[in-house]
Ligand binder design. Structure first.
Ligand code: PLP
Length: 445
């Protein structure tokens, strides 16, 4: 096989090469060795992905919650070609800069909540969170409080897989993958009392920051309790604890507002972004900091800012992000996410009435979840989770979505591209109706 060829591909050979040479992220290695990749995608268009057999699938999770503007956007191909041809790469270290990064940083200041005005660029969400953790500790050190270094996150949270990001992740299976984690990370449940008790026990003078996703994504699309964030933010202010919003999934329109925090009426001190910033067309992330933190950094800086990635502010990624944001605004995708999100939730409620194994359904914008239960009244779960079976029945029928089974969950989660219309939502709901019905029938015989 000519490995650099792009035509006349023999897929059976590629399956063998995949098994032998490709270690897949967040995967079951045993399953890959037995079956090879379940699907090899070749094309994408709108809400659809196409595989090697030409079969089309609705991309019900926007791939990894990131392809917000949908697949196959030629405008992004054009902007990439133009930028690569003009300036494929130049550094932003020290005093060097370039136009796409400058314009993107300014555009981000325009669209993020008031007070968040300065961006440090990364290549993705994990790097954004690791940057945020280092930055808040650096900040407190400059303010003469080097002992303020503990980072508090919530159980069921997901913040990525870099060393700091893994250590902040509340989902235990991700932490258990390795042995030593970074020090000074702590977890609390999603209630105010535990957070307050934690502060009392450890002392506010040892706590640098609290980090949270506005809506927990990977953990199973969990919405926060009513007024939770307003109260948490007030406690953080009272005790001089910085609030980091992890908007890696919820940013750029996913929840029906530009950023997730807007749903809860709070402005964080730092915000991590990635994914939807380019809709996945290039690897880019960022940490956006408040003017207060930025000004303090300027005033108190005691030397160089010793943190930066080679690809911080990659020109092509930034040019793609700018065009992606232009499309989000031009096509009104933030509002479409709100309107279609309501449509999707109505669909889930209809499914809930049709199927006795559906418990709670929930969602905000185009982020939603369906709980699978044995008993609607008691919320008792089945001994073996049903979600993986439903996911595979959906796949047969042309819908990709995810099942969450970590830590006793049995949950279906969804996040279709923000361009989805009523027809697309109906198609998703119809496929789910059949998939859930089939699994329920098979399991009750
Ligand atoms: N934070 C959140 C909330 C995420 O959902 C993710 C990825 O799913 C990350 C951080 C990590 O981002 P990345 O995979 O780009 O490193």
């Amino acid at each position: 096989e000519n490995l650099t060829a792009t035509t006349d591909v023999d897929w059976t050979i590629l399956v063998e090469l995949d098994k032998k040479h490709f270690l897949h992220p967040t995967s079951s290695i045993k399953e890959q060795q037995k079956e090879g990749p379940a699907l090899i995608f070749t094309e994408g268009n709108g809400i659809y992905l196409k595989d090697t057999d030409g079969k089309e699938y609705i991309d019900g999770l926007s791939s990894l919650w990131n392809v917000n503007i949908g697949h196959g956007r030629e405008e992004l191909g054009k902007v990439s070609m133009e930028q690569i041809s003009k300036l494929g790469f130049s550094s932003t270290f020290a005093t060097f800069s370039h136009e796409p990064a400058i314009r993107l940083a300014a555009k981000i200041a325009e669209i993020t909540p008031e007070g968040l005005n300065t961006t440090f660029f990364t290549s993705g969400g994990s790097e954004s969170n690791d940057t945020a953790f280092k930055l808040v500790r650096h900040y407190w050190k400059l303010r003469g409080k080097p002992e303020k270094k503990k980072i508090v996150s919530r159980r069921k949270s997901y913040h990525g897989v870099a060393m700091g990001a893994t250590s902040a992740t509340g989902l235990k299976p991700f932490r258990d993958f390795t042995t030593s984690l970074a020090p000074d990370f702590y977890y609390v449940d999603s209630n105010l009392e535990e957070f307050k008790a934690f502060i009392q026990k450890e002392g506010a003078e040892t706590i640098a920051a609290f980090i949270s996703e506005p809506i927990q994504g990977t953990g199973g699309v969990h919405l926060p309790p009513q007024d939770y964030f307003k109260e948490i933010k007030a406690i953080c202010e009272q005790y001089n604890i910085l609030f980091i919003a992890d908007e890696v999934i919820t940013g750029f329109g996913r929840t029906g507002t530009y950023f997730g925090v807007e749903q809860f009426g709070i402005v964080p001190d730092l915000m991590s972004v990635a994914k939807g910033i380019t809709s996945g067309y290039a690897a880019l992330g960022g940490v956006i900091i408040s003017s207060k933190i930025h000004n303090d950094l300027i005033e108190l800086s005691d030397g160089l800012f010793m943190h930066g990635y080679t690809y911080s502010g990659h020109p092509t990624a930034c040019a793609i992000a700018l065009k992606n944001i232009e499309i989000i605004e031009r096509e009104g995708l933030v509002n479409n996410s709100k309107v279609m999100g309501e449509e999707m939730l109505d669909g889930f409620k209809w499914l809930q009435q049709e199927h006795e194994i559906i418990g709670e359904v929930r969602g905000l914008g185009l982020m939603g979840a369906i709980e699978i239960v044995k008993d609607k009244k008691t919320n008792e779960r089945f001994n073996e989770p049903f979600a993986p079976k439903i996911v595979s029945e959906s796949l047969k029928r042309g819908l990709i979505h995810r099942g969450v089974v970590y830590e006793g969950a049995d949950t279906l989660i969804f996040a279709p591209p923000l361009i989805i219309d009523k027809y697309g939502i109906n198609k998703m709901i119809n496929i789910l109706n059949e998939a859930i019905g089939t699994v329920n029938r098979e399991c009750s015989v």
